[in-house]
Design a protein around this ligand. Structure first.
Ligand code: SPV
Ligand code: MG
Length: 432
C-alpha cells in the first residue's frame, strides 16, 4: 500500500480539507501532518487551538490513518521520516508565497521517485467565510490580549516591530518574507512607541502626548490588525492614574504595557546622561508595579518593568538589584535598555539575570546595538526583541526628500521613482 501525505495548518476543517483527504485516499493510506505552532506562526497563521486539539481534530476526519507533527514548513523532517509516495496539497501552492515550498518538496521526493498531487483549491463562499471568521475572532480583545503570553511559549523570540498608525500597523501585520531556503517569516507583535507616537504628531517624547491620544493610536491600529500590542507606557505616570490605565488597556485587548523606572519630566532614553533624567526609587517603582498588578482583571495582561540603570550609568549591580526587586513586586517581564553600540553590557545583564531567574521574560530594544541578531539574543535568554522606531525613521527622510524635490522642480515627475504606485497602497488596505 502506498503512503500519501498531506500537511494541515488549520484550526477549522472545511470542505477544502475534506476534498484533499478524498483525493488522497485514491492513492493509498493517508497520513496527515499537523504543522507545529512555531512554523504555523511563521506562515502567518496564528493557532487558536493547541497542537493536541488540532491533532485530535485531524484524527477525527474520515479516512485519516495517522496524524504526525510536522516541525519544518519545508517538510524536511516528515519526508525523511515517512518517505511518502505522494504529497497532496491544494493547487494554490503553485503560485504565491508557498511556491518555493512546493519546489523544495518536489525536489526532495523526486530523489526517491515520490510525486506531488495538486488538488484543485476549493474557492467556495463557505471556505472564505470560515477564513474571514477566524481573522475576525483573532482581532477580538480576548484573543489578542493573551496572544503575547502564548507567543512567548511558542516561538524562540517574539519579533516585535513598531507601529504608530493604521498604515504602519498594516505593514507589520502583512509583511511576509521568504528566506534563502524558501521559509516564510513575519513579525509576531507590535510596539506602540512613545517616541514614534510623539514624532508622528510633531511633538517631543516627554509624555506630552497624553493617554487619550495614545489610546486613539492603539485603536487605529487595532481596527485593521490582529497581532498583539505592547504599549510603551513611559513612566506609567502617577500610580493613581496607572491603575485606571491598566484596566483600560486590558479592556481594549492590549497585551502588555512596559513602564520605565524614571520619574519627573521624562526624556527619551537615547539621550542618556546628555539631559537631566532621574530614576525612580526601587520602593516607589515596585509599589507602582504592585498597584498595577492588583488592578488587573485578567490573567493575560502583562506589566513589564523597564530598567534604566545602564542608560543613566548607575551600573550593572543596580540594574540587577532592580530586576530582582521589580520581579518580586509582580512584574511579568523585565526590559533592559542600553544606548551603547557595543552589546556586552546587555549580554552580561541577561546572562546574570538568567542565572537566578529562568522564567521571567526578558525584553530588549536593539536600536544602538543593532548588529545583534535575534538568535544571539535568544542564546542570552531574551524572549522579546523590539524594533522600536525603524518604520518611522524609514519614512521620514523619504518624505523630506520628496518635499524638497517637488519644491525644486516645480512638478512631481522627478520624485515618482521614490514613490509606491498608488495601486499597491490600495491593495494593502482591506475592504470589508
Ligand atoms: C520608544 O520607542 O519610545 C522607547 C524606546 O521608549 S527608546 O526610544 O529607545 O527609549
Ligand atoms: Mg518611549
Amino acid at each position: 500500500m502506498k503512503t500519501v501525505y498531506t500537511c494541515f495548518s488549520t484550526d477549522v476543517i472545511h470542505d477544502g480539507h475534506r476534498n484533499i483527504i478524498k483525493h488522497a485516499l485514491k492513492y493509498g493510506r493517508v497520513i496527515v501532518g499537523c504543522l507545529s505552532d512555531k512554523e504555523m506562526i511563521r506562515c502567518t497563521k496564528f493557532p487558536t487551538k493547541t497542537i493536541n486539539e488540532r491533532m485530535a481534530l485531524y484524527r477525527s476526519l474520515d479516512g485519516v490513518e495517522e496524524v504526525v507533527i510536522q516541525d519544518d514548513m519545508l517538510y524536511d523532517d516528515v519526508i525523511e521520516r515517512l518517505r511518502p509516495d505522494y504529497v497532496v496539497h491544494g493547487d494554490n501552492w503553485k503560485n504565491g508565497a508557498e511556491k518555493a515550498v512546493r519546489d523544495h518538496v518536489e525536489k526532495l521526493i523526486a530523489s526517491y521517485g515520490g510525486q506531488i498531487i495538486d488538488v484543485p483549491y476549493t474557492y467556495s463562499e463557505t471556505v472564505k467565510k470560515v477564513d474571514d471568521r477566524l481573522r475576525e475572532r483573532l482581532s477580538m480583545p480576548e484573543f489578542r490580549r493573551k496572544r503575547l503570553r502564548q507567543l512567548i511559549e511558542m516561538v524562540p523570540v517574539v519579533k516585535t516591530m513598531e507601529a504608530h498608525s493604521g498604515l504602519t500597523g498594516l505593514i507589520v501585520e502583512k509583511t511576509v518574507v521568504e528566506d534563502l531556503d524558501g521559509r516564510l517569516d513575519q513579525f509576531d507583535a507590535m510596539w506602540v512607541s512613545s517616541l514614534c507616537d510623539s514624532t508622528d504628531r510633531g511633538k517631543p517624547d516627554i509624555e506630552l502626548v497624553d493617554m487619550t491620544s495614545r489610546l486613539r493610536t492603539i485603536n487605529d491600529i487595532m481596527e485593521v490588525t490582529t497581532k498583539p500590542i505592547i504599549l510603551d507606557g513611559d513612566t506609567g505616570g502617577l500610580t493613581e492614574h496607572f491603575v485606571y490605565n491598566v484596566r483600560t488597556l486590558e479592556r481594549m485587548g492590549v497585551s502588555a504595557v512596559i513602564i520605565e523606572d524614571k520619574t519627573g519630566l521624562k526624556k527619551n532614553s537615547l539621550f542618556g546622561t546628555e539631559v537631566i533624567q532621574s530614576q525612580d526609587t526601587i520602593e516607589n517603582f515596585s509599589a507602582k508595579i504592585s498597584a498595577g498588578k492588583k488592578a488587573q482583571l485578567s490573567d493575560d495582561f502583562m506589566i513589564i518593568a523597564r530598567i534604566e540603570s545602564l542608560i543613566l550609568e548607575k551600573g550593572m549591580e543596580d540594574a540587577l538589584e532592580r530586576a530582582g526587586a521589580f520581579t518580586a513586586a509582580g512584574a511579568d517581564g523585565i526590559m533592559i535598555h542600553s544606548r551603547k553600540k557595543e552589546p556586552s553590557e546587555i549580554f552580561e545583564f541577561c546572562d546574570r539575570f538568567r542565572e537566578k531567574d529562568k522564567k521571567t521574560p526578558l525584553v530588549v530594544v536593539p536600536t544602538s546595538f543593532h548588529q545583534v541578531t535575534e538568535d544571539t539574543f535568544a542564546s542570552h535568554g531574551v524572549n522579546i526583541v523590539i524594533y522600536a522606531n525603524q518604520l518611522m525613521r524609514a519614512a521620514f527622510p523619504v518624505m523630506k526628500q520628496t518635499a524638497e524635490e517637488i519644491l525644486k522642480a516645480h512638478r512631481a515627475q522627478e520624485v515618482d521613482s521614490l514613490l509606491m504606485p498608488f495601486g499597491d497602497i490600495i491593495r494593502l488596505i482591506d475592504t470589508l
